[in-house]
Design a protein around this ligand. Structure first.
Ligand SMILES: *Cc1c(COP(=O)(O)O)cnc(C)c1O
Length: 370
């Protein structure tokens, strides 16, 4: 039995008629970029995230960059980000002209260690970007408390957390702004690239809207220098169809996660924990073992797809050599980078597939630890 890490074709089969009709409509009306399709999706996604505004852009990375810029942050400013995240969280801070400052990960939740944020604050710090990693909300209340005390902006990186809850509220618009990615493999994925900024702040929304389209609200009048970060109509139309299925898909992910957790209870693996303040949407189901490489190899040989999120922490990436970090600077992040393994996780997984993966894990881990 081959089990892919994600299976986007399986999902397409379940919504083919709706998707095909939506794409046909875009082609026939030629609403290819921004315009009606994008506005319809923006309204739906704002409503979904309980935000006043949603501005569609062409990637999650662009969403973070524009949110940072729209909050007035740039050259000379520092922005606190978790060391354990996808590279883009820090990269977008850099492309906005500011400097990322890393904070280690919490050993249980994998998200930013809120106890270590304050030590990273300097007089140049302007913002904190907590990441709702793997689909679980970061512990936001302590972040807001620190931010208020030091007069900092909070921008959520919700690229992996569509529909995720923090203390019963949708993540995204809980801080000044929240950034989503619609990369195909995300919980809400386009058929290409896409992203969005959600916010309750009319000024931030307006600035992101300007920045994504050459600083222009009216054709050929450019108020500021911006970018071409527009969301395409076909992507918006696909996303609007898929948004209606998101809660159902997230429920399935949660069911699959519960099943893994039950079947892996006796394996010598550290399993993901849902924190008391969070409703996890399991973008990834991440286990930990000291025998990670051996486990991945055996699963690969058994035809089971896995991933490592992320094998090299951001502070040790060649691109950030100039920041002067060395191994040992963020020990928990580095420990996780050496021990995490993401098991197959997508809504269309079957019980048989989950049982098969769990069995292969249990077998390998027992052999490896003998
Ligand atoms: C995917 C992702 C991004 C970047 O989104 P893109 O759409 O790929 O640009 C940023 N942050 C995190 C945590 C992500 O997982």
């Amino acid at each position: 039995m081959t089990i892919p890490f994600v299976d986007l074709q399986a999902q397409y089969k379940t919504i083919k008629d709706e998707i095909d009709a939506a794409i046909k409509r875009v082609v026939e009306t030629a609403a290819f970029t921004l315009g009606r399709e994008v506005e319809t999706f923006e309204a739906a996604f704002a409503e979904y995230t309980d935000a006043r505004f949603c501005v569609g852009v062409n990637s999650g990375t662009a969403a973070i960059q524009l949110a940072v810029t729209a909050c007035g942050i740039g050259a000379g400013d520092e922005v606190i980000v978790p060391a354990n995240s996808f590279f883009a969280t820090a990269e977008a801070v850099s492309t906005a002209g500011a400097t990322p400052v890393f904070v280690d990960a919490d050993p249980v939740s994998y998200t930013i260690d809120v106890g270590k944020i304050e030590a990273a604050i300097t007089e140049r710090t302007r913002a904190i970007i907590p990441v709702h990693l793997y689909g679980q909300a970061a512990d936001l209340d302590p972040v807001f408390e620190i931010a208020t005390r030091h007069n900092l902006v909070v921008i959520e990186d919700a690229a992996q957390a569509h529909g995720s809850l923090y203390k019963g509220r949708k993540v995204g618009a809980l801080g000044r702004a929240g950034c989503f990615s619609f990369y195909p493999g995300k919980n809400l994925g386009a058929y290409g690239e896409g992203g969005a900024v959600v916010t309750n702040d009319a000024d931030v929304a307006r600035r992101v809207r300007l920045l994504r389209d050459h600083g222009s609200e009216r054709k050929y009048t450019h108020e500021i220098v911006g970018y071409n970060f527009r969301l395409e109509g076909i992507q918006a139309a696909v996303l609007d169809v898929k948004l209606k299925h998101l809660d159902g898909w997230n429920d399935l992910r949660r069911r699959h996660a519960a099943r893994y957790t039950k079947l892996l209870a006796d394996a010598e693996l550290a399993l993901p924990r849902e924190m008391p303040y969070a409703r996890h949407v399991y973008h990834l189901y991440v286990v930990q073992t000291n025998e990670r490489d051996a486990l991945q190899k055996t699963l690969t040989e058994a035809g089971i797809g896995t991933g490592i999120h992320y094998p090299v922490p951001i502070h040790l990436q060649p691109a950030y050599r100039s920041l002067g970090h060395k191994a040992g600077d963020f020990p928990e992040t580095e420990r996780q980078a050496a021990s995490v393994l993401s098991l197959p996780m997508f809504p269309e997984l079957t019980e048989t597939q989950i049982a098969h993966v769990a069995k292969a894990c249990t077998r390998t881990v027992h052999v490896a630890s003998v």
